[in-house]
Design a protein around this ligand. Structure first.
Ligand code: 5AD
Length: 459
């Protein structure tokens, strides 16, 4: 391969912001850099290249990075050879505007440019910043072996980009068109991960359940579902195939889109024992009017029916969600519909956000960001309070029950305890006893908060 060797030993530190996809992309960047002879380090202090992998989903995600860059510039003053790079979604979003705000940045690279990282770092002697801002609808990094930290849970990107075009969302603009990685490569990846000691795999994609093994790309004419089936498989088929990988204990995925929650997916979740009975199903709003303005492609009623159908087929299904409050045109009644739907569905957990207008999106261009900041804050506090109460009640109901927990590591607060996740993705803390990391143990729940279960191992 066309590997570029660094002129001298270069130690790289990657700092990651945002979602799991970014965590996975950082592992990919580490893979690209190590195969070109760079060394990855865990400490900023020992690095001569610092890459900040950024998020653009909300304005505050970008503000956080801009502040961080100022701080990193102090270090650069003391260490003039330090290469400072801004990578990922924010780089792709604001492009060279990063250089206006932070002229000391040496490279700006979007999610489809990581192959150029070794070349970009090498070119730093020229003085000009390196820009890698082209989106490439065929880039899937399928040949790159990510460098992961040892552990129990591995993130596996199965799809990049997004074709959904929700009006509030910047993702399609910063990650480009949807593309899936061929299934046979993913199966090989998972076998390798199991061999390396991982017990759980989390399949990642922006709309992970629209995955399919075939040429679904703007380069090819659109396929009907039937044609896709003949060429390869859909997300349900992928889950079935993952379920057959020997030595793997658990499979999860995030984040699915409700409109792609097809029968084969539900069937695979219901029947595959390794597939966790847990679904993160972003709702965004409980008002059909708002969902329409968001172009979510489902109504509140359809979402409600989907949840009912899934719960019927998958007993004890744990469901979490994402909700945005204060989207353009959201009235008090719309907001109440969101509250009502959340109270009705009773999610195990929810991530809740104030709407943040993102330049480039359709909502930014054509809709009025007309809910005041103050009102957004009030609505957010209200649904957080509602959800905390529900999460707490759901977890309280687990007290006295036995849950299966995959031990992940020592509890931060107490070295005599392990923490791990239940099948339903609830953090559980328990005394180690003679269990080991990577072991699936049975834990009797003794107490619970809205976010954590505490318990004891039982035989
Ligand atoms: N403002 C607020 N929240 C947003 N999200 C995506 N875009 C925005 C935005 N412009 C939220 C959605 C999504 C989650 C990852 O972030 O709820 O599901």
């Amino acid at each position: 391969a066309s590997e570029i060797k660094p002129q001298k030993a270069r130690r790289v530190y990657i700092e990651t912001y945002g979602c799991q996809m970014n965590v996975s992309d950082s592992e990919l960047m580490a893979g690209i850099l190590t195969r070109s002879g760079y060394e990855m380090v865990d400490q900023l202090e020992s690095a001569d290249v610092v890459l900040v992998n950024t998020c653009a989903i909300r304005e505050n995600a970008e503000e956080k990075v801009l502040n961080r860059l100022k701080h990193l510039n102090h270090r650069k003053r003391r260490q003039p050879n330090l290469v400072l790079g801004v990578c990922g979604c924010m780089a792709q979003h604001i492009k060279t505007k990063i250089l206006d705000a932070a002229p000391y940045v040496d490279l700006v690279m979007g999610p489809d440019s990581y192959r150029s990282l070794p070349r970009a770092i090498q070119s730093m002697t020229t003085g000009d910043p390196f820009l890698g801002l082209k989106l490439d609808k065929s880039e899937d990094y399928a040949d790159v072996a990510p460098v992961r930290k040892e552990g129990v849970r591995a993130w596996l990107t199965i799809q990049r980009g997004c074709d959904k075009m929700c009006t509030f969302c910047i993702v399609p603009f910063v990650r480009g068109r949807e593309r899936s990685i061929p299934m046979h490569l993913l199966i090989d990846d998972v076998k390798r991960l199991v061999h390396e000691g991982f017990k759980e795999v989390v399949l990642l994609g922006q709309t992970v359940n629209s995955y399919y093994d075939g040429e679904k790309s703007p380069l090819y004419p659109p396929l009907t579902k039937g044609e896709a089936k003949r060429r390869g498989g859909d997300f349900g088929d992928l889950l079935v195939a993952m379920n057959e990988v020997e030595g793997l204990e658990r499979v999860r995925f995030t984040s699915p889109h409700p409109s792609d929650a097809t029968e084969p997916l539900i069937e695979a979740m219901a029947t595959c024992d390794k597939v966790c009975k847990q679904m993160h199903l972003p709702l965004q709003s409980g008002s059909t009017k708002v969902l329409k303005a968001m172009r979510r492609t489902y109504t509140a009623e359809e979402y409600r029916e989907l949840v009912a159908r899934m719960r019927e087929r998958i007993p004890n299904l744990s469901i979490s969600t994402d909700v945005i409050v204060g989207f353009c045109g959201e009235t008090e009644e719309d907001f109440m519909e969101t509250c009502d739907l959340m109270a009705e569905i009773r999610y195990d957990a929810a991530f809740m956000f104030k709407y943040s207008a993102r330049e480039g999106t359709l909502a930014y261009k054509t809709l009025n960001d007309d809910v005041s900041e103050e009102e957004k804050g009030r609505r957010l506090r209200e649904i957080i309070e509602l959800q905390e109460r529900i999460s707490h009640e759901i977890n309280q109901a687990l007290v006295g029950k036995i849950v299966a927990v995959l031990a992940e590591g020592e509890s931060r607060r107490d070295a005599e305890h392990y923490h791990g996740k239940t099948d339903s993705f609830k953090t559980t803390v328990f005394p180690k006893g003679d269990s080991n990391v990577g072991e699936l143990v049975r834990v009797k729940v003794e107490s619970a908060t809205a976010h954590t279960l505490l318990g004891e191992i039982v035989a």
